[in-house]
Design a protein around this ligand. Structure first.
Ligand code: SF4
Length: 342
């Protein structure tokens, strides 16, 4: 919902202040799909608001239900579309949010990059992905996850900015989104993670914000030569400068920093890569590696068979890492698999 536009419209109607608060509370609860559903408002006001505004700026065009993920194709007001994913981690639900329509960075292992870049999402469109999922969870007629189990809007407890797009290239709208989440949705900063491919100036700015939001880096290579083969952004931001910015982040925030490493056959899975990765992890005790089996992307790269070798070696060296559980592969809902129009 365009909060400012609705607020100024309501002010022009000279409605009492409590009405504005009531409408905002209803909107952020995620329990309502349209203004017409807000039966605690006078009928004329409901009709009026519905005629002039959309409660949600994203509209479901398709939803794919899997055992532990739901993926929605959401159409925007200009008819462009994005994907957004809800993941069931048993004890909580996590929404994986898109920040751009497509992505300009074109990483070799990612379907979104193949779409090209259309535009940044507005803060309203990012927040409305969260409210869309809350609404799905509030609606008893919507299908549950295949593995079943009752879920409520309140079970959506974590957010990750790991969907379509590079959040740090949509910086201003990202900051507005985080402010809206902080002020209106009951999701604490520690439950939010932002993933970047390594936009160095923004890593410094993010560190200086001193927030408790988690930062993850799509690293995927332990050196410049390998990284620039699969991530064109490495040609703009050199690996050594990236590591310098990550050390600044950990020194400044004293927070753990998550390094994402998808193991790709013949690309980043040699013994030399492994040794470099170990050296990197030993260099900073706040670096935490998420080792990820590469999710298949059509016409793309292949997952490496050396994942056990890597994890065994990390165990022997007592390094901070985990083998990440990948949800939603079979419905192309996993990391790097989101794409519209293909
Ligand atoms: S991995 Fe992230 S940054 Fe790279 S192309 Fe995909 S969406 Fe963009």
């Amino acid at each position: 919902m365009d909060v400012k536009a609705v607020q100024s419209y309501l002010s022009s109607l000279n409605l009492p202040q409590y009405r504005q608060k009531q409408i905002l509370k209803n909107y952020f609860s995620g329990h309502y799909a349209t203004f017409l559903d807000m039966t605690d408002l006078p009928k004329d006001l409901r009709l009026d608001l519905e005629k002039n505004f959309s409660l949600l700026s994203v509209k479901e065009s398709k939803i794919i239900i899997d055992t532990d993920t739901q993926k929605a194709l959401l159409t925007l007001k200009d008819n462009l579309a994005i994907e957004s994913v809800l993941m069931d981690y048993d004890d909580w639900l996590t929404a994986c949010l898109s920040s751009q329509v497509g992505c300009p960075l074109n990483c070799a292992f990612c379907a979104t990059g193949k779409m090209g870049f259309m535009r940044n999402l507005t803060a309203e469109e990012i927040v409305d992905q969260i409210l869309y999922w809350k609404n799905i969870l509030s609606n008893p007629n919507k299908p549950p996850f295949l593995k079943g189990g009752a879920r409520r809007a309140e079970d959506l407890k974590r957010l990750v900015f790991m969907g379509m797009g590079e959040p740090f290239l949509n910086w201003d709208n990202l900051l507005v989104t985080l402010k809206i989440i902080k002020e209106n949705l009951n999701i604490g900063s520690r439950k939010i993670s932002i993933s970047t491919a390594g936009i160095i100036p923004k890593i410094y700015e993010f560190a200086d914000l001193n927030t408790e939001i988690n930062l993850a880096i799509s690293l995927h290579a332990p050196d410049q030569a390998t990284r620039q083969k699969i991530m064109p952004i490495a040609r703009e931001y050199h690996f050594d400068d990236l590591i310098k910015s990550l050390n600044y982040y950990t020194a400044h925030t004293r927070r753990q920093l998550f390094l994402e490493y998808a193991l790709i056959d013949g690309i980043n899975d040699s013994e030399l890569h492994l040794n470099k990765l170990i050296t990197l992890l030993k260099s900073n005790r706040l670096f935490y590696l998420n080792l990820i089996p590469l999710n298949p992307v059509r016409g793309g790269l292949n997952s490496s068979s050396k994942i056990n070798l890597f994890s065994d070696t990390f165990n022997k060296n007592h390094l901070n890492y985990s083998l990440r559980r990948s949800l939603g592969q079979s419905t192309n809902s996993a990391c790097g698999q989101l794409i519209v129009g293909n």
